[in-house]
Write a protein that binds this ligand. Sequence first.
Ligand SMILES: [Zn+2]
Length: 330
Amino acid sequence: MHLPKAELHLHIEGTLEPELAFTLAARNGVELPYADTEQLRTAYLFDDLQSFLDLYYALMTVLRTEDDFTELADAYLARAAAQGVRHAEIFFDPQAHTARGVEIGTVIEGLGRALEASEEKHGVSTQLIMCFLRDESAESALATLRAAEPYLHRISAVGLDSAEVGHPPAKFREVYEAAAALGLRKVAHAGEEGPPAYIREALDVLGVERVDHGLRCMEDPELVARLVADRVPLTLCPLSNVRLRAVGVLEEHPLPAMMDAGLLCTVNSDDPAYFGGYVGDTFHAVHEALGLDREQLRTLARNSFEAAFLDHDEERRARYLAEVEAYEFD
Ligand SMILES: [Zn+2]
């Protein structure tokens, strides 16, 4: 739980807990179709992707003002800090907000305020990764990138998320080229429900430096060999895989096999309010269900800092890695 770690796969919209949802709904005059937090908590026990997405987008309507986004991010950072997170690279989905009339500047400035205060307030350094919804058009992604240009000082990288199948990475070649030209780094969800070919495309066509999920690389030994040789980090989310049925039960998760294969695996929480735990909870769960021992957990923590976008601050990376090595399990 308290092992120092970085979180590299976390959707800020997926950290909205029922209590905060009701607080923001009341403040903004939004009617939620749930009587109370108890009933909403029950709705979080969905059992398929569609009911998750329905709930996810319905709840997002409570986020309206800069302050709302600041509170959301601040609440996540407080929770993350309590679970050993020292560095967080946080995804957000601008199109999910602009589509319902919230300005992109409201989203980025609101999140940015929480992030810039985070190191002093929570002891967590941060970066922001802007994701495009892959089930929306490439034109919409490009328009989103253009709209974000006045706020690029707050953004480190672009990503690609939402429903994967039928929306291959190559669809977003142009917007990734434009993002790189603006100096942004690149990641993408690939190989969660989509085939290994989507992972290859993310690498070859989009030029991503990290693959989010990447679970299904295990079906393609040549791809595994390449990911190992090139030290391409994978941001795995074991609790999410179970809740969204990519894996039957946690005990069957391929994480140990992936580590044995030499892949640079990291463990993350994805949408923790919805998937049953934050990243410390996830470390605890893989320890219990998969029998990962302390040194394997330490390896996962070390990997998380090696995979972090800290190239501009190697001194910080070295400091975090030293904390991992010095950590004593209790
Ligand atoms: Zn994700």
